[in-house]
Design a protein around this ligand. Structure first.
Ligand code: HEC
Ligand code: HEC
Ligand code: HEC
Ligand code: HEC
Length: 177
């Protein structure tokens, strides 16, 4: 009995994988929940990323920030922007190359001092932060008082019971550059 159940769940699991892979290759969802399963736990609220708005509206409205098109965010194994990428193409997940599912350890927890570049290369959250906040900061400089989000809770919705220390931490980070 147990064995039969296991068999059924394995088969339906595989079927589901095919369905998911199929959808993945064809349509890009309008909004992507950036909730990578490589993380054991998401400490922060899950980011809802308006992929379609970013790739269409914002790209048209602010072409100076989108010189590489899709390649502003998608690149290959040598960090060469995928400027020719188009809807329907397969893309690799960021985690495939920026493999460690975390922010780089800070302060006393850090085993060794890594340069900013090394952190981005190795740590998924550092790569995402650099990509998202990097463009947003440039945008905010140019389009003041318009504001693309750079503080924690404007991207990570606050979880129930989460403390209010966020924004300070962010200011501190931004002061360092
Ligand atoms: C502003 C950054 C940005 C731009 C511009 C962008 N993307 Fe993405 N895209 C992302 C991120 C982030 C993900 C999620 C990757 C992950 O989960 O590792 C993603 C995921 C995808 C996926 C997978 C969808 C899924 O189901 O998860 C496809 C396909 C894709 N992008 C295609 C494109 C194409 C085609 C363009 C250009 C027309 C484009 N992207 C422009 C950031 C961007
Ligand atoms: C096929 C492998 C691969 C994938 C997939 C990948 N990256 Fe990268 N990425 C790299 C490499 C290699 C570098 C360069 C690292 C270095 O500086 O040595 C890089 C550098 C970066 C940088 C530094 C920016 C720069 O040019 O200075 C950012 C930010 C970044 N990646 C974000 C992302 C995001 C966001 C995704 C998913 C949408 C992603 N990467 C997917 C391989 C990849
Ligand atoms: C190439 C530039 C660029 C990159 C990269 C980028 N953004 Fe944005 N983002 C913008 C612009 C431009 C706006 C709109 C600002 C406005 O018009 O007020 C925006 C607005 C937003 C907003 C607020 C409005 C909305 O659309 O929801 C969120 C949230 C956001 N971005 C999240 C992200 C996340 C998460 C990432 C990384 C995965 C990211 N962005 C990467 C350019 C970028
Ligand atoms: C522009 C949007 C943006 C801002 C601002 C931002 N983050 Fe993130 N953060 C992301 C994205 C996107 C990821 C990747 C999540 C994923 O794909 O699973 C991430 C991942 C993380 C992670 C690892 C996943 C988790 O939840 O444990 C931590 C921790 C984190 N961020 C903390 C912060 C802190 C602290 C701040 C403020 C100093 C901040 N972030 C500001 C977009 C943002």
């Amino acid at each position: 009995m147990k064995r039969k159940l296991l068999k059924i769940s394995v088969i339906s699991g595989i079927a589901l994988l095919f369905v998911v892979a199929g959808i993945y290759a064809k349509t890009v969802p309008e909004v992507i929940e950036l909730n990578d399963p490589a993380y054991e736990e998401h400490k922060k609220g899950v980011v809802h990323f308006e992929h379609k708005k970013h790739q269409n509206e914002y790209a048209k409205q602010y072409p100076e920030f989108y010189k590489n098109g899709c390649g502003e965010c998608h690149h290959d194994k040598d960090n060469k922007p995928l400027t020719e990428l188009k809807e329907g193409d397969d893309v690799q997940k960021c985690i495939e190359c920026h493999k460690i599912a975390a922010e780089a350890p800070k302060g006393k927890k850090a085993p060794k001092k890594l340069s900013k570049k090394e952190k981005i290369k190795e740590y998924h959250a550092e790569a995402l932060h650099e990509n998202c906040k990097g463009c947003h900061k440039k945008f905010n400089k140019k389009y003041k008082p318009k504001k693309a989000p750079t503080t924690c809770t404007t991207c990570h919705p606050k979880k129930a019971g989460e403390k209010d220390e966020d924004e300070e931490e962010d200011e501190e980070k931004e002061d360092k550059g």
